[in-house]
Design a protein around this ligand. Structure first.
Ligand code: ADP
Length: 379
């Protein structure tokens, strides 16, 4: 067999959907997963159960893989350097990935390359956070632990010095940022290959509820061509400067005065790109796989004027399969993507995609299906 083996670290839904995209290409996947129950471990045939923080485990896993890529950004940088020294291609590489792991490193590098960011600096204690607030025009300000946050965990809106103690308790450096008065959040998603080919997806609007992505609209409604182009160029430039390989999501704020500011970077397939599975000619997962293998990238253009993705969160109603009958009968164009996770209240267990010519209709269909699956509506 000459087909390459793609080693995927992390057994979540991103790994599951990346594996799915590799099947038609005949690729072999090997998975390093925390438990056999993880989303991707349920479907990949070659699974190693182990801890990605342990170098010996990673080394043993990487043997026999042609390339290593990731479902998350938490593998220690020094371990990735060790794998590279063993001669195994790691994509994205450790020098790129560190910018998605550490928000302090990311802000410093983006400042160097002139990428627009909220005003920010590392702060040492609550009094320093108050000093930053003074420099930034007053409270409230945002404090973030530089490592280990996700889905809004590790982010605090702080209204006073007394309010600023919590972020420092983790013993991790804390980044202070001005609280941006944004009108909405956007994401510019691109994919870049090792020899520098890159493709840009349409810029999308991403709507968060309680710090968790809820809805993604592709393309972002009423975004000027100029600002969309600027966002795509910015993402392509960041990818080239940081030597990113694979999918890069640049999460952006659109400000009231019509500018874009970078919020954060993710170097892996991203929730804001799930719409591409059904709404683009080549999905983010297929292009991520092509990029890590240095194959020519696929067309990122949309298949329909509008595509909407809604995440499906767990509700009080554990049997989502029962809801399929109604959802599929109501909307034959609906695409359901479930991750094989146990349904727990508030947990992301899947998403739906809808597409078509009329945005209001496409949105209503996605919203209805997500709510019906969750069990918050019954008709
Ligand atoms: P995470 O790593 O948990 O995704 P983010 O840095 O993306 O953390 O922040 C989570 C959310 O907090 C963002 O989606 C945004 O809504 C809000 N947020 C983060 N930084 C700022 C900021 N500087 N100004 C205003 N809101 C912010």
């Amino acid at each position: 067999m000459t087909f390459p083996v793609v080693g995927m670290v992390g057994g979540g839904q991103l790994a599951r959907m990346t594996h799915e995209a590799g099947i038609p290409l005949g690729l072999k996947f090997k998975l390093l997963s925390d438990t056999p129950q993880d989303s991707a471990a349920q479907v990949v045939s070659e699974v190693v159960i182990g801890d990605y923080r342990d170098l010996d485990t990673l080394r043993a896993f990487a043997r026999g893989c042609d390339v290593i890529t990731f479902d998350h950004e938490h593998v220690p940088t020094e371990h990735l350097r060790a794998l590279e020294a063993d001669g195994i291609p790691v994509r994205p590489g450790p020098d790129a990935l560190v910018h998605a792991q550490d928000k302090g490193v990311m802000r410093a590098r983006l400042a160097e390359i002139g990428a627009p960011c909220p005003r920010n600096r590392i702060v040492s204690d609550p009094a320093d956070a108050a000093a930053f607030a003074e420099e930034a025009g007053g409270f409230p300000v945002i404090l973030k632990t530089v490592r280990g946050g996700y889905d809004g965990k590790g982010v605090w809106v702080v209204r006073s010095e007394a309010d600023a103690a919590d972020p420092f308790r983790a013993g991790v450096p804390v980044l202070a940022e001005e609280k941006v008065d944004f009108v909405r959040e956007l994401a510019a998603n691109i994919v870049r290959s090792p020899h520098g080919q890159a493709v840009a997806y349409p810029v999308v609007e991403s709507i968060q509820v309680d710090g968790v992505c809820d809805t993604v609209i592709a393309p972002a409604p009423d975004l000027s061509e100029e600002l969309a182009g600027e966002a795509q160029q910015l993402a392509l430039r960041i990818a080239a400067e940081l030597d990113v390989v694979g999918h890069l999501a640049v999460e952006l704020f659109e400000t009231r005065d019509g500018r874009i500011l970078v919020n954060e970077l993710a170097m892996r397939p991203h929730n804001s790109g799930h719409w591409t599975q059904d709404g683009a000619i080549t999905s983010q997962f297929a292009n991520h796989v092509r990029a890590v293998l240095d194959l020519p990238l696929g067309d990122p253009r949309p298949r329909a004027p509008w595509t909407v993705m809604c995440n499906v969160l767990g509700g009080d109603f554990p049997d989502m399969y029962q809801a399929y009958l109604h959802c599929m009968a109501r909307d034959p164009q609906l695409k359901i993507h479930m991750y094989g996770k146990d349904v727990k209240p508030g947990r992301k267990v899947g998403h739906v995609n809808t597409y078509g010519d009329d945005l209001a209709d496409v949105r209503e269909r996605a919203r209805h299906a997500a709510d019906y699956l969750r069990g918050t509506i019954t008709e």
